[in-house]
Design a protein around this ligand. Structure first.
Ligand SMILES: [Zn+2]
Ligand SMILES: [Zn+2]
Length: 139
């Protein structure tokens, strides 16, 4: 199909690649401590895609980060790639910075903003939720 946006990307070494022509359901900045630790970054943007339409080449390693969630990464370069939640298996989140063109999936909100680092102030006009998307917004 011509004209359809393809979202593709991969880890730093290229050992794991992914590709989908589906549109992301959402793209969100997360400031939670698990995302920070796992990515080694002060905040992370993840975009949620339909799992069935995501093609992955290579075999990512899996880390269970909480009772309901797993994170997948490249076993060779260690690059953080995917977030999966057992309660919503129909979606897979990709770390937007691993897209070949991260401009394709700009975030539309912040979550766990109440846990954000004081020195990581992202000066945008997006809603800043204290915790999950359905939580109260911060000023
Ligand atoms: Zn890799
Ligand atoms: Zn998070």
């Amino acid at each position: 199909m011509t004209g359809a946006t393809v979202f593709e990307g991969g880890c730093a070494c290229g050992g794991i690649r992914y590709r989908t022509a589906a549109r992301p359901q959402r793209s969100i900045f997360c400031h939670c401590s698990q995302c920070r630790k796992w990515n080694g970054a002060p905040a992370v943007v993840g975009a949620q895609f339909p799992t069935v339409e995501m093609q992955i080449t290579g075999t990512p390693a899996t880390y269970r980060s909480s009772e309901s969630a797993c994170r997948q990464f490249c076993p060779d370069c260690g690059g953080s790639l995917f977030y999966l939640n057992d309660t919503t298996p129909e979606f897979i989140s990709v770390m937007v910075a691993t897209l070949d063109n991260p401009e394709l999936a700009p975030p539309t909100a912040h979550i766990f903003a109440a846990k954000g680092l004081s020195w990581c102030r992202i000066d945008d006009a997006l809603p800043r939720h204290r915790a999950w998307l359905d939580s109260e917004e911060m000023p």
